[in-house]
Design a protein around this ligand. Sequence first.
Ligand code: NDP
Length: 453
Amino acid sequence: MSYDFDLFVIGAGSGGIATARRAAEYGARVGIAEYDRLGGTCVNRGCVPKKLMVYASHFPDVFEEAQGYGWSAVQSSLNWETMITAVNNEVDRLNGIYQKMLDGSKVELFRSHAKFVDPHTIDLGDQKVTADKVLIAVGGKPFLPNILGIEHAITSDDIFHLKEQPKRMVILGGGYIGCEFACILNGMGTEVTQIIRGDRILRGFDEDIRSEIQQGMINHGINIIKGVQLIAIEKSEHGVVVSVGAGDTADTVIADAVSLAAVGRKPNTHNLGLENTGVKCRDGAVLVDEYSHTFEENIYAVGDCTNKINLTPVAINEGRAFADTVFGGIPRVMSYENVPTAVFTTPEAATVGLTEAEAKEKYGDDLKIFYTRFRPMYYTLAGKDEKTMMKLIVHASSDKVIGAHMVGPSAAEIVQGVAIALKTGATKANFDATVGIHPSSAEEFVTMRSPVR
Ligand code: NDP
């Protein structure tokens, strides 16, 4: 049977576009459908505009710190509209680049919502196309908890389009998104209250990292309310009133105009016609094997819609591994070991490998933990008591470094390099034999000598 396409990709986000282009490079006839802007969450509503806003949020601190170096005080205020416009203009520019990349790679783009009619046939609204293989790369979307008045909350998708800077913002959730936006808005001068149901932010990260970031965020002025459940959100003449409760007690927090719900994301797999295929899902996430293969013979899925590790570079790697395997004749799988990640809070954090708790579960007491906490040189003249923290987890018998964690300026830039060492199986002796770059914070990763436990 002949098909219109060798591969049809549903969703032109980071994973979908990378896969489409790689398959086309191998000579496959590729189509891709996207009803929204090109680039998906990362480019339009995630990593890129978020990071630009992180940069914007750092200037007040820098202006203050400059005075310790002899610069006169700076009187400056943020024009929110100018900042948001600049951020969105950059997103537009990137959309254009994605369009050019697709044009240049001869991938045919359909500006439509795609739905399976059967495993090989896709309904695009005004036409149907057929494909030998189909890749689902539809990403995820914010999840809104079922509480009274949730319609008064915005999600991280909306924050990039707020017309005015909120004076007071309540943020629900202590994950990546909640913490990053708490820090962004706080840095820009918004009074931020963050509500978490546990006792600490960023569940899943190393405990020392969680404590260090949380204390750093509090030191920077964020009010974190811990151990409470969300009860309701109401609109009042004073703003948005968020009611929270712990046990029998209830309390309220007032936000200016909006509260941000950042309590997780869900795979975007509804209304795809998956019931017309053999694809199986759990909690909305497409079930795949190590080759990104679904339960349907010709259908594959990558990225956030599979809800494995929801990071852009992971989606891209999964997609390219699929294209190499199926269209390039180079069978390979994505490796989920030692995937580094960063949280762009203030202070910033980055991590690769096992947390101490994970390492303990795997290796018991056969571990050595190296830990350092110091004031980076930059803050000495700036007169601030900001701290950087680094931690290495070493498997004692083999001497292999199995976890590296950092909180402090440039953590993402530094840990990216350390991740190469972990990926290649570096030992603590290899770290010790590496000459440090002096003076830098990064050199501490190769100069920690005595284990703390
Ligand atoms: P996360 O899963 O990281 O965090 C969700 C947070 O919401 C947790 O603190 C959780 O609390 C809390 N929560 C969940 N349900 C409820 C509820 N019913 N009531 C109150 N609190 C609740 O989700 P995010 O939305 O922050 O981020 C989604 C994903 O996006 C991340 O996992 C990450 O993969 C990706 N991302 C990556 C970034 C990066 O690389 N820098 C940046 C942003 C997003 P608890 O801990 O108690 O469960």
